[in-house]
Write a protein that binds this ligand. Structure first.
Ligand code: 1JT
Length: 256
């Protein structure tokens, strides 16, 4: 029970396949008190039904792209008694910008992907940092990234640029919030079948590639990401900040 007595906010649960849901389940098993958010009415029922399976879990509305909703959430969490852990598992890009020639991405597609997928981490960290300050063991912020941030992965395109911005933001936030004893890290997950991945061009090939070439010769699942998230959320990782930790069966270390 490495998270006993800690309060965690998990942003980005859409359904039972969400990586954020794997993280929430691992946190609950390790004794954390949870707050999940839903983006809109379409996802509200899903998230509330999932939350009911983890007794004591709070559910709040928060669309990170709607002005004022992040600040309003911070206000409600202050009354909850503050926060120890923040998980950002939010990303979006237009389908038409996740395929084809990268050079054709229009400014609109750039803005959408970077605003939703990278700026939202900064907005959430800024709003939640005051709730994490001065807590026993300090605070832990984490987000999810993908290999396409540091390699040109076919079709990942603008999301690769957005994830590169997210990883750089992780380092700047770590430098910024370190003096307040708040750590900021990212988990680079291998490909996982989620709602986001559904229908993405070349996704099935990516799963096959990992199975054939990764050192561990298997794909990862939400539970493996969840358990690394529990490590990053816990005092076991108190010396770790500004890092990108790969949960990818070792895929990214392989040359040929
Ligand atoms: C988004 C989507 C972010 C899919 C994502 C993502 N991060 C990882 N994936 C899965 C993926 C996507 C592609 C890929 C490999 C893995 C879709 C919605 C927007 C946010 O290329 C081979 C394109």
């Amino acid at each position: 029970m490495i998270l006993k007595g800690k309060k965690a906010l998990v942003v980005g649960v859409a359904n039972k396949r969400s990586i954020a849901w794997g993280i929430a389940q691992s946190f609950a098993r390790e004794g954390a008190e949870l707050c999940l958010t839903y983006q809109n009415e379409r996802l509200e029922k899903n998230v509330k039904e999932l939350a009911e399976t983890l007794p004591g879990t709070r559910v709040e509305a928060c669309d990170v792209m709607v002005d004022g909703q992040v600040g309003a959430l911070a206000g409600r969490l202050k009354e909850w008694g503050g926060l120890d852990i923040l998980v950002h598992a939010v990303a979006f890009a237009r389908t038409e910008d996740l395929a084809g020639d990268f050079r054709n991405v229009p400014l609109e597609g750039w803005h959408t992907a970077l605003d939703v997928s990278a700026y939202s981490l900064i907005a959430l960290a800024r709003a939640m940092a005051p709730l994490m300050e001065g807590r026993a063991g300090g605070g832990s912020v984490m987000s999810l990234t993908f290999l396409g941030a540091v390699r040109a992965v076919p079709n990942y395109n603008i999301m690769g640029v957005a994830k590169a911005a997210l990883e750089a933001s992780t380092r700047y936030l770590a430098a910024d919030l370190g003096p307040k004893n708040i750590r900021v890290n990212a988990i680079s997950a291998g490909p996982v079948r989620t709602l986001s991945a559904a229908g993405v061009t070349g996704f099935a090939r990516m799963l096959e590639e990992v199975e054939n070439r990764a050192p561990l010769r298997r794909n990862i699942d939400q539970g493996q990401v969840g358990d690394t998230a529990s490590f990053l959320a816990s005092d076991l990782s108190r010396g770790v900040t500004g890092q990108v930790i790969y949960v990818d069966s070792g895929y990214h270390i392989v040359g040929i």
